[in-house]
Design a protein around this ligand. Structure first.
Ligand code: ZN
Ligand code: ZN
Length: 445
């Protein structure tokens, strides 16, 4: 971002901060009024989840809801790298001159067989891209986000006299694959619908009690980089290892050696994670294969650490091959396959939103949380170098009684992506709609 623009953003956010935030008194009543309908919509969505790339009915539902709330809606926004259609939804409400605020919900579910005993548990089965039969479950709570957005859309439509500017509501597909935000941006999202001044999102949290929210200033979620490492050797008979270069042994050494990247080679003050999640090689016990392929996930909060870790991975693979005496033409292949940028919560905007959340929910219900090493592609809506200030905050989703029991017993609660994750609908949704509506009203007042 150029210096002038940066100054403008700082001045605007400072002005917002300086303005005493007077809550709209109507929001609690508007939220309460909607709850029965939102809860039944949530249960319907939960029972009918769709995988990433296949959000056909979910996106149509969201589009219909936004349209009936008075938004101008465009469907099928987004194009994936392979040229295929994405089911992005964009709802726009123009309300005079002023700033443009973008709010995002994601829409996709996960290939998980639901094991909760909820009366509205998903029984959906489908085939994944590899043709295997899988369960489908909203195990990340994107159904909470969808329902919350509909509630906020209605509040903002009713409260039009309390704000001015442009509100852009985004239904993003394929968050779980970290492909949807990019697909929408590549489809000229900002050129077609306007570039926002600020972007907000929320994500439900599986360890925070419903009724509470959490927020992190600065780096909030890690970048995620997928790396494929292929240890290439010289295959042969399992009984004659001396005439081969064994990639199984090299892969085993590599897996062990990369564990020291985080423990010995990165600065202890700069968090990183290196996980070897897949390893494939060989067809039969008496054959030494030609190669072994591994899939790694690298997480980091800052770009320098990420770059260093990627160099360390390359050097470790090369070093293992060198020790084994692999010929130069069979050097390991290291391929960076996919990258998702970190989420950086703009400190000024975070302070502003935190103030609003405290006003809305009470100071005891707003927690300052540490960054986490999971990733999200919402950060892409902020464009490179955080040109657009963004904030993503956490929405507590668990029955407070269960949180208290977990603290007492020490038994962890089901995490996001767990087949047992079961948000508490009413309090989670009412808190989400209240928090996001108040934030939107405040930023556009
Ligand atoms: Zn997820
Ligand atoms: Zn999620």
């Amino acid at each position: 971002m150029d210096v002038k623009k940066k100054l403008w953003v700082v001045v605007c956010l400072t002005l917002w901060c300086a303005t005493a935030s007077s809550r709209s008194q109507d929001v609690p009543e508007l939220v309460k009024h909607q709850m029965p309908e939102l809860i039944s919509a949530y249960k319907e969505l939960h029972e009918n989840p769709e995988l990433s790339h296949f959000e056909v009915k979910t996106s149509a539902w969201l589009a219909g809801q936004l349209r009936s709330a008075g938004y101008t809606v465009t469907e099928n926004v987004g194009r994936y790298n392979d040229g295929s259609q994405a089911y992005g939804v964009v709802g726009v409400m123009k309300n005079g001159k002023g700033k443009t605020l973008l709010l995002r919900t994601d829409m996709d579910a996960l290939p998980v067989i639901e094991k909760t005993d909820l009366p509205y548990a998903s029984k959906v089965r489908t085939k994944n891209a590899a043709g295997q039969e899988v369960g489908v479950m909203h195990a990340c709570g994107h159904d909470v986000h969808l329902t919350t957005m509909v509630g906020v859309a209605r509040v903002m439509a009713v409260e039009k006299t309390k704000w001015h500017g442009t509100l852009i509501l985004i239904g993003q597909p394929s968050e779980e694959l970290a492909e949807g935000a990019q697909a929408m941006l590549l489809d000229d999202l900002y050129q077609r619908f306007g570039r926002p001044d600020v972007a907000l999102a929320l994500h439900d949290n599986a360890s925070l009690a419903a009724g509470m929210v959490g927020i992190t200033s600065g780096p909030a979620m890690a970048s995620s980089t997928t790396v494929f490492v292929t240890m290439r050797g010289v295959g042969g008979h399992g009984a004659m290892p001396a005439s081969t270069k064994d990639p199984v042994v090299m892969a085993a050494e590599f897996v062990t050696a990369v564990q020291t990247i985080v423990s010995r080679q990165t600065l202890p003050t700069h968090p990183a994670v290196v996980t070897v999640g897949t390893i494939h090689g060989g067809t039969q016990s008496n054959i030494i294969p030609d190669e072994v392929k591994m899939g790694l996930s690298v997480r980091a909060l800052d770009e320098t650490t990420r770059k260093n870790v990627l160099e360390d991975i390359q050097r470790t693979a090369d070093g293992v091959a060198l020790i084994a005496g692999v010929p130069a033409e069979r050097k390991p292949q290291v391929e960076v396959a996919h990258f998702t940028s970190p989420i950086y919560n703009d400190p000024m905007l975070t302070a502003r939103v935190r103030h609003v959340l405290t006003d809305a929910l009470g100071a005891d219900n707003v927690l300052d949380l540490e960054p986490v090493m999971v990733s999200e592609d919402f950060g892409l809506f902020g464009l490179p170098d955080h040109a657009i200030p963004t904030v993503l905050f956490w929405l507590g989703a668990v029955d407070p009684v269960k949180v208290a029991a977990s603290v007492t017993s020490g038994v962890p609660l089901p995490s996001l992506h767990s087949s047992m994750f079961a948000p508490l609908p009413e309090l989670t949704l009412s808190t989400g709609v209240t928090a996001m509506s108040d934030a939107a009203l405040d930023l556009l007042k």
